[in-house]
Write a protein that binds this ligand. Structure first.
Ligand code: C2E
Ligand code: MG
Ligand code: MG
Ligand code: MG
Length: 283
């Protein structure tokens, strides 16, 4: 951002000491302010997890994805799409990511009390920076043990875009977690550039078809072809496959015809507070 500001002030041709124009300055101030507030958000209990249900092909809920929400006292609900990038840039993703993992494991523990929730899997999104921490394996192990949960019920979602660098290190870390029983899903699949060479070496359980391929499934024959290819690829790699962002019956039917195993999207339920999800699961 500073580069853009410098560029803009040079372009304006004025030879002054003012590096930033006012708009840029405003964006930088807002970001700095948001960073200060995000730093305090964990302690102030402004972060919450919402849960979105995931169903199998006969409509049984088998898992959920934990999605973070920031309820700011003044600004209201702030989307993770807005503050996760800031958290990643500032390193705040480390304490926030740990808070998410802790809260998710506590939830898995409390699901153990009921017969109809005790087998549910919970998916947690993990950022690149978080995953690349030297002690990530130890952190996950400690958290899982402290909450006394079955590690098989925890599924970590990695994004395809984080696989571009240090693939050997990633495989070592994944294998260590996989040996503990942790599952892996590859999020936003189809939007990154993972080579098939890498894909077959990763100890994955699931590919998650990105929402952008599901959105126009009914009208776009090329999106249907892409989804068919992903499903076939998952099959031959022995992975299960979930579609995200399923909003209509038509999309659902097409995905069923193609042979997708799992579904997630507004058609089945939006991300919701735990009380609401538990009420649905109890029925
Ligand atoms: P994602 O992991 O790909 O999550 C899916 C996003 O799609 C979620 O947005 C979800 O609310 C939204 N979604 C689900 N079903 C539908 C649908 O049918 N239609 C539409 N239009 N949208 C749907 P959300 O909750 O805003 O999260 C955005 C992104 O923020 C996530 O994408 C994930 O990358 C990141 N994120 C969320 N929680 C965490 C977290 O705890 N840690 C990290 N590192 N990232 C997180
Ligand atoms: Mg996800
Ligand atoms: Mg996704
Ligand atoms: Mg996504």
């Amino acid at each position: 951002q500073a580069d853009i500001a410098m560029y803009q002030s040079k372009k304006s041709g004025r030879n002054t000491l003012r590096f930033f124009d006012l708009d840029t300055q405003k964006i930088i101030n807002e970001r700095a302010e948001l960073e200060i507030e995000l730093r305090k958000a964990v302690d102030k209990k402004q972060l919450h997890l919402h849960y979105q249900i995931q169903l199998n092909s006969v409509g049984t809920p088998l898992s959920a994805e934990a999605l973070i929400r920031w309820v700011h006292p003044v600004r209201g609900l702030i989307s993770p799409a807005h503050f996760i990038p800031l958290a990643e840039d500032t390193g705040l993703i480390l304490p926030i990511g740990q808070w998410v993992l802790d809260t998710a494991c506590a939830q898995l523990h409390s699901w153990q009390d009921e017969r109809f929730t005790q087998d549910l899997t919970l998916a947690v999104n993990v950022s690149a920076k978080q995953f690349h921490q030297k002690n990530f394996v130890a952190l996950v192990k400690e958290t899982v043990q402290r909450h006394a949960i079955n590690p098989k019920l925890l599924k970590l979602e990695l994004t395809e875009s984080m696989l571009v660098e240090n693939i050997e290190d990633i495989i070592v870390t994944m294998n260590a977690l996989r040996e503990m029983g942790i599952q892996f899903s590859l999020d936003d699949f189809g939007t990154g550039y993972s080579s098939l060479q890498y894909l077959k070496r990763l100890p994955l359980n699931q590919l998650k078809i990105d929402q952008s391929f599901v959105r126009e499934l009914s009208s776009s024959s090329s999106d249907r072809a892409i989804v068919r290819t992903i499903v076939a690829m998952a099959e031959s790699l022995n992975l299960n496959v979930i579609a995200e962002g399923v909003e209509t019956e038509e999309q659902h039917t097409l995905l069923q015809d193609i042979g997708c195993n799992y579904y997630q999207g507004y058609l089945f339920g939006k991300p919701m507070p735990i009380e609401q999800l538990d009420a649905i699961l109890a029925r």
